[in-house]
Design a protein around this ligand. Sequence first.
Ligand SMILES: *[C@@H]1O[C@H](CO)[C@@H](O)[C@H](O)[C@H]1NC(C)=O
Ligand SMILES: *[C@@H]1O[C@H](CO)[C@@H](O)[C@H](O)[C@H]1NC(C)=O
Ligand SMILES: *[C@@H]1O[C@H](CO)[C@@H](O)[C@H](O)[C@H]1NC(C)=O
Ligand SMILES: *[C@@H]1O[C@H](CO)[C@@H](O)[C@H](O)[C@H]1NC(C)=O
Ligand SMILES: *[C@@H]1O[C@H](CO)[C@@H](O)[C@H](O)[C@H]1NC(C)=O
Ligand SMILES: *[C@@H]1O[C@H](CO)[C@@H](O)[C@H](O)[C@H]1NC(C)=O
Ligand SMILES: *[C@H]1O[C@H](CO)[C@@H](O)[C@H](O)[C@H]1NC(C)=O
Length: 354
Amino acid sequence: MSSTDEKVVTVQQENVEKKPRRRGCVGHCAKFWWAYLLVVIIIVVIVVPVVILVAVPKLAQKKLDEADLTIQGILITQTQAKELSMSINSTITTDGSVHANIAAFTGVMYLEDLESHTPFATINFPATTADALQTVNISQKLEITDMAALTTFNTWLLANESLRITTFGETTVKVKGIDRDYPVTFKKTITTPGLRGFNGTTVTDTVVTLQADERGNNFKGTANIPNYSIFTLEIGNATFHNYLLGPDSGEAQDIGTVYIDNIMLYPGEKNELPMRATIEQGPILDALGKKPYCDETKGVLPFALSGKTVDNHGQSLTYFADALASHNTTVDIDIGTPVAKLLGGPVPCGGLGH
Ligand SMILES: *[C@@H]1O[C@H](CO)[C@@H](O)[C@H](O)[C@H]1NC(C)=O
Ligand SMILES: *[C@@H]1O[C@H](CO)[C@@H](O)[C@H](O)[C@H]1NC(C)=O
Ligand SMILES: *[C@@H]1O[C@H](CO)[C@@H](O)[C@H](O)[C@H]1NC(C)=O
Ligand SMILES: *[C@@H]1O[C@H](CO)[C@@H](O)[C@H](O)[C@H]1NC(C)=O
Ligand SMILES: *[C@@H]1O[C@H](CO)[C@@H](O)[C@H](O)[C@H]1NC(C)=O
Ligand SMILES: *[C@@H]1O[C@H](CO)[C@@H](O)[C@H](O)[C@H]1NC(C)=O
Ligand SMILES: *[C@H]1O[C@H](CO)[C@@H](O)[C@H](O)[C@H]1NC(C)=O
Protein backbone atom coordinates (compact mmCIF):
# COMPACT_ATOMS: atom_id res chain seq x y z
CA MET A 1 0.00 0.00 0.00
CA SER A 2 1.38 3.41 -0.93
CA SER A 3 1.36 6.42 1.35
CA THR A 4 -0.82 8.27 -1.16
CA ASP A 5 -3.53 5.73 -0.73
CA GLU A 6 -3.40 6.11 3.02
CA LYS A 7 -3.95 9.85 2.72
CA VAL A 8 -6.89 9.40 0.40
CA VAL A 9 -8.39 6.94 2.76
CA THR A 10 -8.15 9.27 5.74
CA VAL A 11 -9.85 11.95 3.75
CA GLN A 12 -12.54 9.91 2.16
CA GLN A 13 -13.31 7.41 4.77
CA GLU A 14 -17.04 7.80 4.13
CA ASN A 15 -16.52 6.10 0.75
CA VAL A 16 -14.85 3.10 2.23
CA GLU A 17 -17.86 0.94 1.76
CA LYS A 18 -18.03 1.66 -1.96
CA LYS A 19 -14.41 0.93 -2.80
CA PRO A 20 -13.02 -0.88 0.19
CA ARG A 21 -10.34 -2.89 -1.55
CA ARG A 22 -8.66 0.15 -3.04
CA ARG A 23 -8.36 1.79 0.30
CA GLY A 24 -5.73 1.51 2.96
CA CYS A 25 -6.61 0.78 6.48
CA VAL A 26 -4.75 2.78 9.09
CA GLY A 27 -7.27 5.35 10.24
CA HIS A 28 -10.28 3.51 8.94
CA CYS A 29 -9.33 0.28 10.54
CA ALA A 30 -8.55 2.05 13.75
CA LYS A 31 -12.11 3.26 13.82
CA PHE A 32 -13.81 0.21 12.37
CA TRP A 33 -11.52 -2.47 13.75
CA TRP A 34 -14.49 -4.14 15.31
CA ALA A 35 -16.13 -4.56 11.93
CA TYR A 36 -13.02 -6.31 10.54
CA LEU A 37 -12.74 -8.36 13.66
CA LEU A 38 -16.34 -9.36 13.17
CA VAL A 39 -15.63 -10.43 9.58
CA VAL A 40 -12.60 -12.40 10.69
CA ILE A 41 -14.58 -13.95 13.49
CA ILE A 42 -17.38 -14.82 11.09
CA ILE A 43 -14.88 -16.45 8.74
CA VAL A 44 -13.13 -18.29 11.53
CA VAL A 45 -16.20 -19.19 13.51
CA ILE A 46 -18.63 -19.94 10.72
CA VAL A 47 -17.11 -20.27 7.26
CA VAL A 48 -14.02 -22.34 8.11
CA PRO A 49 -15.96 -24.70 10.34
CA VAL A 50 -18.67 -25.03 7.72
CA VAL A 51 -16.02 -26.00 5.21
CA ILE A 52 -14.06 -28.17 7.61
CA LEU A 53 -16.92 -29.66 9.57
CA VAL A 54 -19.62 -29.86 6.94
CA ALA A 55 -18.39 -29.48 3.37
CA VAL A 56 -15.25 -31.65 3.56
CA PRO A 57 -16.83 -34.52 5.50
CA LYS A 58 -19.84 -34.36 3.22
CA LEU A 59 -17.56 -34.56 0.21
CA ALA A 60 -15.54 -37.34 1.81
CA GLN A 61 -18.72 -39.31 2.52
CA LYS A 62 -20.01 -38.63 -1.00
CA LYS A 63 -16.76 -39.85 -2.57
CA LEU A 64 -16.80 -42.92 -0.36
CA ASP A 65 -20.42 -43.60 -1.32
CA GLU A 66 -19.51 -43.31 -5.01
CA ALA A 67 -16.59 -45.71 -4.69
CA ASP A 68 -17.17 -49.21 -6.05
CA LEU A 69 -16.34 -52.34 -4.12
CA THR A 70 -15.72 -55.42 -6.24
CA ILE A 71 -15.04 -58.80 -4.67
CA GLN A 72 -12.99 -61.18 -6.82
CA GLY A 73 -12.95 -64.11 -4.48
CA ILE A 74 -13.82 -65.31 -1.00
CA LEU A 75 -12.03 -68.22 0.57
CA ILE A 76 -13.54 -70.08 3.53
CA THR A 77 -10.98 -72.56 4.84
CA GLN A 78 -9.82 -74.23 8.06
CA THR A 79 -13.48 -74.62 8.85
CA GLN A 80 -14.11 -75.69 12.43
CA ALA A 81 -17.20 -75.85 14.61
CA LYS A 82 -16.70 -72.41 16.15
CA GLU A 83 -14.28 -70.61 13.85
CA LEU A 84 -12.95 -70.52 10.32
CA SER A 85 -10.48 -68.63 8.16
CA MET A 86 -11.84 -66.12 5.72
CA SER A 87 -9.92 -64.34 2.98
CA ILE A 88 -11.32 -61.83 0.59
CA ASN A 89 -9.72 -60.43 -2.55
CA SER A 90 -11.36 -57.17 -3.43
CA THR A 91 -10.79 -53.88 -5.15
CA ILE A 92 -12.15 -50.43 -4.41
CA THR A 93 -12.34 -48.02 -7.33
CA THR A 94 -12.87 -44.27 -7.01
CA ASP A 95 -12.53 -41.36 -9.42
CA GLY A 96 -9.27 -40.54 -7.61
CA SER A 97 -10.18 -36.84 -7.23
CA VAL A 98 -9.85 -36.72 -3.46
CA HIS A 99 -6.62 -37.55 -1.70
CA ALA A 100 -7.65 -39.17 1.49
CA ASN A 101 -6.75 -41.94 3.87
CA ILE A 102 -9.44 -44.18 5.22
CA ALA A 103 -8.65 -45.63 8.63
CA ALA A 104 -8.76 -49.35 9.34
CA PHE A 105 -12.08 -50.44 10.72
CA THR A 106 -14.17 -53.38 11.82
CA GLY A 107 -17.12 -53.94 9.57
CA VAL A 108 -19.90 -56.45 9.36
CA MET A 109 -21.39 -58.38 6.47
CA TYR A 110 -25.05 -59.23 6.14
CA LEU A 111 -27.58 -60.32 3.54
CA GLU A 112 -29.10 -57.19 2.05
CA ASP A 113 -32.35 -58.94 1.14
CA LEU A 114 -32.99 -60.45 4.54
CA GLU A 115 -34.82 -57.78 6.52
CA SER A 116 -33.15 -58.37 9.89
CA HIS A 117 -29.72 -57.44 8.43
CA THR A 118 -28.14 -59.67 11.07
CA PRO A 119 -24.37 -59.84 10.49
CA PHE A 120 -22.97 -63.26 9.63
CA ALA A 121 -19.35 -62.12 9.66
CA THR A 122 -17.19 -59.43 11.22
CA ILE A 123 -14.39 -58.26 8.97
CA ASN A 124 -11.24 -56.31 9.85
CA PHE A 125 -10.72 -53.90 6.98
CA PRO A 126 -7.20 -52.54 6.61
CA ALA A 127 -6.45 -48.85 6.18
CA THR A 128 -6.88 -47.73 2.57
CA THR A 129 -6.45 -44.60 0.50
CA ALA A 130 -8.85 -43.04 -1.95
CA ASP A 131 -6.59 -43.83 -4.92
CA ALA A 132 -8.37 -44.63 -8.15
CA LEU A 133 -7.73 -48.37 -7.78
CA GLN A 134 -7.05 -50.10 -4.51
CA THR A 135 -6.47 -53.77 -3.94
CA VAL A 136 -7.87 -54.79 -0.60
CA ASN A 137 -7.00 -58.36 0.32
CA ILE A 138 -8.14 -59.49 3.70
CA SER A 139 -7.16 -62.66 5.47
CA GLN A 140 -8.39 -63.33 8.97
CA LYS A 141 -9.79 -65.76 11.49
CA LEU A 142 -13.50 -65.50 11.95
CA GLU A 143 -15.00 -66.46 15.28
CA ILE A 144 -18.52 -67.62 14.64
CA THR A 145 -20.59 -65.46 16.96
CA ASP A 146 -23.97 -65.94 15.31
CA MET A 147 -24.38 -69.51 14.11
CA ALA A 148 -27.94 -68.95 12.89
CA ALA A 149 -26.93 -65.97 10.75
CA LEU A 150 -23.99 -67.86 9.20
CA THR A 151 -26.20 -70.87 8.50
CA THR A 152 -28.79 -68.65 6.82
CA PHE A 153 -26.09 -67.03 4.75
CA ASN A 154 -24.81 -70.44 3.61
CA THR A 155 -28.40 -71.49 2.83
CA TRP A 156 -28.85 -68.48 0.58
CA LEU A 157 -25.44 -68.94 -1.00
CA LEU A 158 -26.37 -72.55 -1.80
CA ALA A 159 -29.91 -72.00 -3.03
CA ASN A 160 -29.81 -68.74 -4.93
CA GLU A 161 -28.73 -67.78 -8.38
CA SER A 162 -27.34 -64.56 -6.96
CA LEU A 163 -27.33 -62.79 -3.64
CA ARG A 164 -26.68 -59.31 -2.36
CA ILE A 165 -24.18 -58.88 0.45
CA THR A 166 -23.73 -55.61 2.30
CA THR A 167 -20.54 -54.61 4.06
CA PHE A 168 -21.06 -51.96 6.69
CA GLY A 169 -18.75 -50.14 9.08
CA GLU A 170 -18.06 -46.82 10.74
CA THR A 171 -14.59 -45.42 10.11
CA THR A 172 -12.76 -42.11 9.73
CA VAL A 173 -11.19 -40.43 6.78
CA LYS A 174 -8.31 -37.96 6.73
CA VAL A 175 -8.27 -35.61 3.76
CA LYS A 176 -4.87 -34.48 2.56
CA GLY A 177 -3.98 -31.03 3.94
CA ILE A 178 -6.47 -31.07 6.80
CA ASP A 179 -5.25 -32.43 10.08
CA ARG A 180 -8.52 -33.93 11.16
CA ASP A 181 -10.29 -37.29 11.19
CA TYR A 182 -13.79 -37.21 9.83
CA PRO A 183 -16.24 -39.93 10.74
CA VAL A 184 -17.66 -41.63 7.66
CA THR A 185 -19.81 -44.65 7.02
CA PHE A 186 -18.58 -47.42 4.75
CA LYS A 187 -21.57 -49.19 3.28
CA LYS A 188 -21.35 -51.20 0.08
CA THR A 189 -23.71 -53.74 -1.35
CA ILE A 190 -22.38 -56.22 -3.87
CA THR A 191 -24.28 -58.72 -5.98
CA THR A 192 -22.50 -62.02 -6.25
CA PRO A 193 -23.42 -65.33 -7.90
CA GLY A 194 -24.73 -68.13 -5.69
CA LEU A 195 -24.20 -71.86 -6.01
CA ARG A 196 -27.60 -72.34 -7.73
CA GLY A 197 -28.34 -75.37 -5.60
CA PHE A 198 -25.49 -77.22 -7.37
CA ASN A 199 -27.76 -77.32 -10.42
CA GLY A 200 -26.10 -79.28 -13.19
CA THR A 201 -24.38 -81.79 -10.92
CA THR A 202 -23.73 -85.07 -12.66
CA VAL A 203 -22.55 -88.45 -11.48
CA THR A 204 -20.34 -90.45 -13.80
CA ASP A 205 -18.20 -93.61 -13.67
CA THR A 206 -20.95 -95.40 -11.77
CA VAL A 207 -20.21 -98.84 -10.37
CA VAL A 208 -22.74 -101.00 -8.55
CA THR A 209 -21.76 -104.09 -6.53
CA LEU A 210 -24.02 -106.76 -5.12
CA GLN A 211 -21.81 -107.19 -2.08
CA ALA A 212 -21.09 -104.17 0.07
CA ASP A 213 -17.41 -103.36 0.61
CA GLU A 214 -15.76 -103.11 4.05
CA ARG A 215 -17.33 -99.69 4.61
CA GLY A 216 -20.79 -100.96 3.69
CA ASN A 217 -20.80 -99.23 0.31
CA ASN A 218 -22.38 -100.87 -2.73
CA PHE A 219 -22.21 -97.93 -5.11
CA LYS A 220 -19.35 -95.78 -6.38
CA GLY A 221 -19.11 -92.93 -8.83
CA THR A 222 -17.67 -89.50 -9.53
CA ALA A 223 -19.68 -86.42 -8.60
CA ASN A 224 -19.10 -83.41 -10.85
CA ILE A 225 -20.29 -80.43 -8.88
CA PRO A 226 -20.49 -77.04 -10.61
CA ASN A 227 -19.59 -73.97 -8.61
CA TYR A 228 -21.05 -70.82 -10.07
CA SER A 229 -20.00 -68.69 -7.10
CA ILE A 230 -16.77 -66.85 -6.29
CA PHE A 231 -16.48 -68.81 -3.05
CA THR A 232 -13.89 -71.45 -2.31
CA LEU A 233 -15.32 -73.59 0.46
CA GLU A 234 -13.61 -76.15 2.63
CA ILE A 235 -16.56 -78.33 3.55
CA GLY A 236 -14.88 -81.59 4.50
CA ASN A 237 -16.69 -84.93 4.70
CA ALA A 238 -20.36 -84.65 3.84
CA THR A 239 -23.14 -87.22 3.77
CA PHE A 240 -26.43 -86.88 1.92
CA HIS A 241 -29.87 -88.44 1.97
CA ASN A 242 -30.37 -90.26 -1.28
CA TYR A 243 -33.96 -90.02 -2.49
CA LEU A 244 -35.07 -92.11 -5.42
CA LEU A 245 -37.75 -90.11 -7.16
CA GLY A 246 -40.55 -92.28 -8.46
CA PRO A 247 -42.17 -91.98 -11.88
CA ASP A 248 -44.85 -89.86 -10.15
CA SER A 249 -43.33 -87.02 -8.21
CA GLY A 250 -45.10 -88.14 -5.02
CA GLU A 251 -43.20 -91.40 -4.73
CA ALA A 252 -39.84 -90.35 -3.36
CA GLN A 253 -38.08 -92.98 -1.25
CA ASP A 254 -35.06 -92.42 0.96
CA ILE A 255 -33.00 -95.39 -0.17
CA GLY A 256 -29.67 -94.73 1.53
CA THR A 257 -26.75 -92.47 2.19
CA VAL A 258 -24.26 -90.87 -0.18
CA TYR A 259 -20.77 -90.04 1.09
CA ILE A 260 -18.46 -87.44 -0.45
CA ASP A 261 -15.17 -86.99 1.38
CA ASN A 262 -12.78 -84.07 1.60
CA ILE A 263 -14.94 -81.58 -0.26
CA MET A 264 -13.03 -78.47 -1.21
CA LEU A 265 -15.20 -76.58 -3.64
CA TYR A 266 -13.40 -74.26 -6.03
CA PRO A 267 -14.94 -71.70 -8.35
CA GLY A 268 -14.08 -71.79 -12.03
CA GLU A 269 -12.91 -75.38 -11.94
CA LYS A 270 -14.68 -78.60 -12.41
CA ASN A 271 -15.17 -80.09 -8.98
CA GLU A 272 -14.71 -83.80 -9.58
CA LEU A 273 -15.14 -85.69 -6.36
CA PRO A 274 -15.24 -89.42 -5.74
CA MET A 275 -18.52 -90.47 -4.17
CA ARG A 276 -19.71 -93.68 -2.59
CA ALA A 277 -23.05 -94.79 -1.27
CA THR A 278 -24.84 -97.40 0.70
CA ILE A 279 -28.18 -97.92 -0.97
CA GLU A 280 -31.04 -100.39 -0.91
CA GLN A 281 -30.96 -102.39 -4.12
CA GLY A 282 -34.59 -103.51 -4.13
CA PRO A 283 -36.13 -100.11 -4.92
CA ILE A 284 -33.46 -99.52 -7.60
CA LEU A 285 -34.24 -102.80 -9.37
CA ASP A 286 -37.99 -102.08 -9.10
CA ALA A 287 -37.56 -98.64 -10.65
CA LEU A 288 -35.33 -99.97 -13.44
CA GLY A 289 -38.14 -102.34 -14.42
CA LYS A 290 -40.66 -99.50 -14.76
CA LYS A 291 -41.40 -97.06 -17.56
CA PRO A 292 -39.84 -94.72 -18.54
CA TYR A 293 -36.62 -96.08 -16.99
CA CYS A 294 -36.75 -99.51 -18.64
CA ASP A 295 -37.05 -98.03 -22.11
CA GLU A 296 -36.93 -94.26 -22.63
CA THR A 297 -34.20 -93.21 -20.15
CA LYS A 298 -32.24 -96.47 -20.61
CA GLY A 299 -31.76 -96.96 -16.91
CA VAL A 300 -31.03 -93.35 -15.97
CA LEU A 301 -32.86 -92.75 -12.67
CA PRO A 302 -33.75 -89.42 -11.04
CA PHE A 303 -32.41 -88.85 -7.54
CA ALA A 304 -32.50 -85.99 -5.08
CA LEU A 305 -29.69 -85.39 -2.65
CA SER A 306 -29.98 -83.29 0.48
CA GLY A 307 -27.37 -82.84 3.18
CA LYS A 308 -27.31 -85.00 6.28
CA THR A 309 -24.01 -84.37 8.09
CA VAL A 310 -20.81 -82.40 7.56
CA ASP A 311 -17.70 -83.33 9.45
CA ASN A 312 -14.30 -81.75 8.94
CA HIS A 313 -11.34 -83.33 10.73
CA GLY A 314 -13.61 -84.58 13.47
CA GLN A 315 -15.63 -81.39 13.95
CA SER A 316 -19.29 -81.20 13.09
CA LEU A 317 -19.99 -78.15 10.92
CA THR A 318 -23.67 -77.37 11.41
CA TYR A 319 -23.45 -74.11 9.45
CA PHE A 320 -22.76 -76.20 6.33
CA ALA A 321 -24.81 -79.27 7.26
CA ASP A 322 -28.01 -77.33 7.96
CA ALA A 323 -27.60 -75.31 4.75
CA LEU A 324 -27.09 -78.49 2.71
CA ALA A 325 -30.06 -80.10 4.49
CA SER A 326 -32.33 -77.26 3.39
CA HIS A 327 -31.98 -78.08 -0.27
CA ASN A 328 -32.51 -80.99 -2.65
CA THR A 329 -30.21 -81.23 -5.63
CA THR A 330 -31.76 -83.37 -8.31
CA VAL A 331 -29.35 -85.57 -10.21
CA ASP A 332 -30.03 -88.09 -12.95
CA ILE A 333 -27.75 -91.06 -12.48
CA ASP A 334 -27.11 -93.88 -14.94
CA ILE A 335 -27.74 -96.89 -12.74
CA GLY A 336 -28.93 -99.07 -15.65
CA THR A 337 -25.50 -99.46 -17.23
CA PRO A 338 -23.62 -100.75 -14.14
CA VAL A 339 -26.60 -102.91 -13.16
CA ALA A 340 -26.72 -104.42 -16.68
CA LYS A 341 -23.01 -105.15 -16.37
CA LEU A 342 -23.65 -106.91 -13.10
CA LEU A 343 -26.67 -108.91 -14.29
CA GLY A 344 -25.44 -109.60 -17.81
CA GLY A 345 -28.20 -107.52 -19.38
CA PRO A 346 -30.60 -104.63 -18.75
CA VAL A 347 -33.60 -104.95 -16.46
CA PRO A 348 -36.58 -105.41 -18.82
CA CYS A 349 -39.84 -103.49 -18.58
CA GLY A 350 -41.98 -105.30 -16.03
CA GLY A 351 -38.97 -106.28 -13.94
CA LEU A 352 -36.51 -109.16 -13.61
CA GLY A 353 -39.27 -111.78 -13.51
CA HIS A 354 -40.01 -111.14 -17.20
C1 LIG B 1 -6.42 -63.86 -4.02
O1 LIG B 1 -5.50 -63.79 -5.07
C2 LIG B 1 -4.36 -64.62 -4.86
C3 LIG B 1 -3.39 -64.35 -5.99
O2 LIG B 1 -4.03 -64.39 -7.24
C4 LIG B 1 -4.79 -66.07 -4.81
O3 LIG B 1 -3.71 -66.91 -4.57
C5 LIG B 1 -5.81 -66.24 -3.70
O4 LIG B 1 -6.30 -67.55 -3.69
C6 LIG B 1 -6.95 -65.28 -3.88
N1 LIG B 1 -7.81 -65.33 -2.74
C7 LIG B 1 -9.12 -65.27 -2.85
C8 LIG B 1 -9.87 -65.19 -1.56
O5 LIG B 1 -9.72 -65.26 -3.92
C1 LIG C 1 -4.77 -59.69 -4.02
O1 LIG C 1 -5.77 -60.26 -4.84
C2 LIG C 1 -5.56 -60.11 -6.22
C3 LIG C 1 -6.67 -60.79 -6.95
O2 LIG C 1 -7.88 -60.17 -6.68
C4 LIG C 1 -4.23 -60.74 -6.63
O3 LIG C 1 -4.01 -60.48 -8.00
C5 LIG C 1 -3.12 -60.19 -5.79
O4 LIG C 1 -1.94 -60.90 -6.09
C6 LIG C 1 -3.43 -60.34 -4.33
N1 LIG C 1 -2.38 -59.78 -3.54
C7 LIG C 1 -1.88 -60.41 -2.50
C8 LIG C 1 -0.81 -59.68 -1.77
O5 LIG C 1 -2.29 -61.50 -2.15
C1 LIG D 1 -32.38 -66.96 -1.45
O1 LIG D 1 -32.64 -68.25 -0.94
C2 LIG D 1 -33.39 -68.30 0.24
C3 LIG D 1 -33.44 -69.74 0.71
O2 LIG D 1 -33.90 -70.59 -0.29
C4 LIG D 1 -34.76 -67.68 0.01
O3 LIG D 1 -35.52 -67.71 1.17
C5 LIG D 1 -34.57 -66.24 -0.43
O4 LIG D 1 -35.80 -65.65 -0.73
C6 LIG D 1 -33.66 -66.17 -1.63
N1 LIG D 1 -33.36 -64.76 -1.85
C7 LIG D 1 -33.20 -64.24 -3.04
C8 LIG D 1 -32.89 -62.80 -3.08
O5 LIG D 1 -33.29 -64.91 -4.06
C1 LIG E 1 -32.10 -75.20 -10.90
O1 LIG E 1 -32.65 -75.90 -11.98
C2 LIG E 1 -34.05 -76.05 -11.87
C3 LIG E 1 -34.47 -76.94 -13.00
O2 LIG E 1 -33.76 -76.68 -14.16
C4 LIG E 1 -34.71 -74.70 -11.94
O3 LIG E 1 -36.09 -74.82 -11.80
C5 LIG E 1 -34.18 -73.86 -10.80
O4 LIG E 1 -34.70 -72.55 -10.86
C6 LIG E 1 -32.68 -73.79 -10.82
N1 LIG E 1 -32.24 -73.12 -9.65
C7 LIG E 1 -31.37 -72.13 -9.70
C8 LIG E 1 -31.05 -71.50 -8.39
O5 LIG E 1 -30.82 -71.77 -10.73
C1 LIG F 1 -13.00 -87.99 5.88
O1 LIG F 1 -13.22 -89.31 6.33
C2 LIG F 1 -12.10 -90.17 6.16
C3 LIG F 1 -12.50 -91.53 6.68
O2 LIG F 1 -13.65 -91.97 6.07
C4 LIG F 1 -10.93 -89.64 6.95
O3 LIG F 1 -9.79 -90.46 6.69
C5 LIG F 1 -10.62 -88.23 6.50
O4 LIG F 1 -9.61 -87.69 7.33
C6 LIG F 1 -11.86 -87.38 6.64
N1 LIG F 1 -11.57 -86.07 6.08
C7 LIG F 1 -11.84 -84.95 6.72
C8 LIG F 1 -11.52 -83.68 6.00
O5 LIG F 1 -12.33 -84.92 7.82
C1 LIG G 1 -36.10 -83.43 -0.55
O1 LIG G 1 -36.87 -84.33 -1.28
C2 LIG G 1 -37.44 -85.38 -0.50
C3 LIG G 1 -38.13 -86.31 -1.44
O2 LIG G 1 -39.02 -85.65 -2.24
C4 LIG G 1 -38.37 -84.81 0.55
O3 LIG G 1 -38.89 -85.83 1.34
C5 LIG G 1 -37.59 -83.81 1.42
O4 LIG G 1 -38.44 -83.19 2.34
C6 LIG G 1 -36.94 -82.78 0.54
N1 LIG G 1 -36.09 -81.93 1.35
C7 LIG G 1 -36.10 -80.60 1.25
C8 LIG G 1 -35.21 -79.88 2.15
O5 LIG G 1 -36.81 -80.03 0.46
C1 LIG H 1 -18.21 -72.64 -11.33
O1 LIG H 1 -18.37 -73.84 -12.03
C2 LIG H 1 -19.18 -73.76 -13.20
C3 LIG H 1 -19.31 -75.12 -13.77
O2 LIG H 1 -18.08 -75.83 -13.72
C4 LIG H 1 -18.58 -72.82 -14.19
O3 LIG H 1 -19.41 -72.73 -15.34
C5 LIG H 1 -18.47 -71.46 -13.56
O4 LIG H 1 -17.83 -70.57 -14.44
C6 LIG H 1 -17.67 -71.57 -12.27
N1 LIG H 1 -17.70 -70.32 -11.57
C7 LIG H 1 -16.81 -69.38 -11.74
C8 LIG H 1 -16.99 -68.17 -10.89
O5 LIG H 1 -15.89 -69.48 -12.50
